[in-house]
Design a protein around this ligand. Structure first.
Ligand SMILES: [Mn+2]
Length: 213
């Protein structure tokens, strides 16, 4: 048994199949992990999702920002943003079924795996986690989003998740502000400060990074 991890597949079905052939991937024995952004940008989001879904328990993925965007469009929760390369998927007869499958994917995946050097713990997330969060906190915060996505009000969340603010985590944030900032850490973050201390005066990560480095 081998576990393979792959980055953003982004609807690139053919290159994915070629890669899996190259490593003789066998879903009966091996497992494939993906860090999310399974779709969009590339030419074949529909084929990619159908293929990954039928892998069943051999496939493990976390949600990326493009996967969330797809759900927002597919459910009608949001109408905007880039959707050209999602057109075929959105018009497919099994779009709803695929969307329901995506909806159940986690934000964070944590698992202990047997390696050549003994058992090791692995944590997979699309973009990142905030400095200073413990494993327990990260899992708990991810769970807050997962619970909303799996609940009755998920389209409301998909409609309100867009935006860059608040841009700094604070444990007292509530409601959509809390969910939005958490979602942005997990699925969109590129820069952040290395201290665990919050600096609420800084308005965006890029400024912080250029100021400090
Ligand atoms: Mn992404």
């Amino acid at each position: 048994m081998a576990v393979y991890a792959v980055g953003d597949i982004q609807g690139c079905y053919e290159p994915l199949i070629k890669l899996l052939d190259k490593i003789n991937f066998d879903p009966a024995k091996d497992r494939l992990w993906s860090v999310g952004d399974l779709i969009n940008r590339g030419p074949d989001s529909l084929k990619t999702l159908r293929f990954l879904k039928q892998l069943g328990p051999a496939f493990t993925a976390v949600l990326g920002n493009h996967d969330l965007h797809f759900m927002a469009l597919a459910t009608g929760a949001f109408d905007g943003g880039k959707k050209k390369t999602l057109k075929k998927l959105l018009a497919a007869p099994d779009c709803e079924e695929l969307c329901e499958w995506v909806r159940k994917l986690p934000i964070l995946h944590y698992e202990k795996l047997e390696t050549d050097n003994g058992k090791k713990a692995f944590l997979m997330v699309h973009a990142g986690i905030a400095p200073g969060w413990s494993l327990k906190q990260a899992l708990g915060y991810a769970n807050e989003i997962e619970n909303v996505l799996r609940g009755d009000t998920y389209t409301k969340f998909l409609n309100k998740m867009y935006g860059d603010f608040p841009d700094i985590w604070h444990k007292e944030l509530t409601g959509m502000e809390r969910l939005r900032v958490l979602t942005n850490y997990f699925t969109r973050i590129r820069f952040c400060n290395k201290e665990t201390q919050l600096n609420l005066a800084i308005k965006n990560w890029y400024n912080y990074s250029t100021k400090r480095v």
